[in-house]
Design a binder for this molecule. Structure first.
Ligand code: CAA
Length: 257
């Protein structure tokens, strides 16, 4: 399928999505959302895809929701259509998604990165929630996901002042998992995605579900949820294969990859 705002490729068992609106620093408009939803649906339907990498350009991962598209919208209309709620579908991807971020990840761009399972950043990355400087607030999860990622003090600082933080500060704060040189960014993200895609898909998807449950429930319930998933994996042939391969000192050949 041809996309207007995305470049979609597959690299082995990994899907690579590149946001492609260079004239607007990859600002996220309704076409980007519609196309990302279609791309994600195709990745989930494709058994061979084990992980997804989403990236932007060297200058910008994405500079936010599209301000030009939003500027004249009226309250009643956006309330009735529940404007931007469609991004929840992107956050609910069941296969693992890695954000490879270079340059600006602002507003909706930072929020899109935070919808991914983890963020690998280039040394040039800049994260922020500048919506307050436009007379609004984050609308795609920034006040919630940023706070869970970096804690109240740093989230308040960023959301109330609209300032940007660089990659080093983002790594110190726990927003990103790794920072690499700009020229290493894509290779690093693709290598992580390839590793994930080489593993047993049910265990990968359950691991993702289990970690995400930590944000939704009590410790007691989360531990029970994790243990039940752990038990259920013993019903898969991949558990037998993974453990046999360890004991026999060989590489596992998983069926569900
Ligand atoms: N929406 C629409 N267009 C955008 C955009 C956005 N979020 N960000 C950048 N652009 C456009 C600019 O308008 C400009 O287009 P023209 O050449 O046609 O004027 C082009 O991209 C290049 O941008 P700049 O000339 O501004 O580039 P710069 O290097 O001087 O500045 C920047 C870069 C600091 C990222 C600056 O573009 C900027 O501040 N962008 C807006 C960031 C922002 O406020 N994001 C939050 C959006 S609201 C939101 O996301 C709501 C939500 O939570 C759902």
């Amino acid at each position: 399928m041809a996309y207007e705002t995305l470049i979609v490729e597959t690299r082995g068992n990994v899907a690579l999505v590149t946001l492609n609106r260079p004239q607007a620093l990859n600002a996220l408009n309704s076409t980007v959302l519609k196309e990302l939803k279609a791309a994600y649906a195709a990745f989930h339907a494709d058994e061979a895809i084990g992980a997804i990498v989403i990236t932007g350009s060297e200058r910008a991962f994405a500079a936010g929701a599209d301000i030009k598209e939003m500027q004249s919208l009226q309250f009643a209309d956006i309330y009735k259509s529940d404007f931007i709620s469609g991004w929840d579908d992107i956050a609910k991807a069941r296969k693992p998604v890695i954000a490879a971020v270079s340059g600006f990840a602002l507003g909706g761009g930072c929020e899109l990165a935070m919808m991914c399972d983890f963020i690998i950043a280039s040394e040039t990355a800049k994260f922020g929630q500048p919506e307050i400087t436009l007379g609004v607030i984050p609308g795609m999860g920034g006040s919630q996901r940023l706070t869970r990622a970096v804690g109240k003090a740093k989230a308040m600082d960023l959301v109330l002042t609209g300032r940007m933080m660089d990659a080093a500060e983002a790594e110190r704060s726990g927003l990103v998992s790794r920072v690499v040189a700009p020229e290493r960014l894509l290779d690093e993200a693709l290598a992580a995605a390839e590793k994930i895609a080489s593993l047993s898909q049910p265990s990968v998807m359950m691991a993702k579900e289990a970690v995400n449950r930590a944000f939704e429930t009590t410790l007691e319930e989360g531990l029970r949820f994790e243990r039940r998933l752990f038990h259920s994996l013993f019903a898969t042939d991949d558990q037998k294969e993974g453990m046999a391969a360890f004991v026999e000192k060989r590489k596992p050949a998983f069926n569900h990859r």
